[in-house]
Design a protein around this ligand. Sequence first.
Ligand SMILES: C[S@@+](CC[C@H](N)C(=O)[O-])C[C@H]1O[C@@H](n2cnc3c(N)ncnc32)[C@H](O)[C@@H]1O
Length: 331
Amino acid sequence: MLPESLFYGPTYAMIHRDVSYPKALDPKKTWDWVNQWIPPGVNWLRLNYPPNCLRKVVVAAKLRQDHLLGIAHHYDVSNDFYRLFLDKKFMFYTCADFLTGRETLEEAQTNKANHLLSLIQPRAGERILDLGCGWGAMMRHIVEQTGDRENIVGYTLSREQVKYIQENLGLRVEFKNFITCDYPRHGFDKIYSIGSWEHVRDADLDSTMGKLYDALAPGGRLVHHFFTYPTDRIPTSLIAAQVFFPGSLPPSHISQVRAFERAGFRIVARSMHDYRPTLRAWYDNLSANAAEAVQLVGVPTFNRYLVFFAASWRFFDEGDASLIRYVLEKK
Ligand SMILES: C[S@@+](CC[C@H](N)C(=O)[O-])C[C@H]1O[C@@H](n2cnc3c(N)ncnc32)[C@H](O)[C@@H]1O
C-alpha cells in the first residue's frame, strides 16, 4: 500500500486494497469499515494528500487510458449481475428520489423518472436523444408517456446495454461515443443525459457542449443530471474513483456552468438531490444477493461493487460532491 499511498494518496490505496481482497467481502463489516470514524489527523491526510496542485498530474496517467475500455470495465460486466441490485421496474443506474424516505427503490426511481419527465417535457413527434442511455430506463418511460417509439434514440458505449435494449425493449439504440461523434445540425428537439455527463473530462467539455448546442433545434432543451464537486479542487476520493471508472474524471461544478453559458445556453432551472439512499439501497440489494453475484461475476467484481457503493455513500455524505439536475435552453 505504501507506494500507492505516496503516489495516489491513502484513499486510493485503501480502496484498491479493499477491492483486491482475495475472498468475498462480508457486507456488514465492509460498510462499517469503509464508513468508520477516522481520527482527525489521519482524516486530514486522507482528504488532503496528494496536495491539490499535484492531483491532476497524478491522475493524468490513469486518464490516458482509453475512455471506451473504462466504460466496458464498469458496464459490460453482466446484465444479470446488474439485475441483482438495480430497481426491478426500470433498471436505472442513477440517483433516485426518495422523497419520504419510506419508498422502495422502485418507487423512488419512479419519482426520479417523473421529475425528469417534467424537466424534459417530451411530446410525440419531437426528436429526442438520450446520451448514455444505460438499459433504456428513461427512454422507456418517455415512450410510455408519448407513445412515440420512432423519434427517440439512445447512445451508449456498453455493448451489453445495446443488446439488452434491442432484445428487451425494441427501442432505437446506437453504440456511439457522444463526446467524439458528429451530430446532425438542428437534428433534435430535446437532448438529455442521466448520470453519463460525469464521463466527460474537462478537456472535452467545451467541444461537447458546443456540439450539443448545434445539434438542438432553436428553442431546444438540454437536461443534464450528474454529480460534480464545487471548485477545481479535485477531491482525493475522485482519484480513488479511478478504481471503479478508469479513464473518467468529471470537471468541477463551476467549470460546467461556465461551459454551459459559453456554449450559448440559458440556465432555466437546477435542483440538488441526495444520492445516499440510492447507494444504500443498491448496497443492501447486492448484499442480499451476494452468493448469486459471486457465482455470476466472481469475487473481484463482487468486491469492487460492494466497496464502490459504500465508498460512494461516504463520498456524498462528506459533501465531496453533489447530484445536480440542470435544464438548459438554446437561446
Ligand atoms: C451511470 S450509467 C447511466 C445510465 C442511464 N442513463 C440511467 O440513468 O440508468 C452511464 C451511461 O453512460 C454511458 N456513457 C458514458 N460515457 C459515454 C460516451 N462517451 N458515449 C456514450 N455513452 C457513454 C455508459 O455506457 C452508460 O450507459
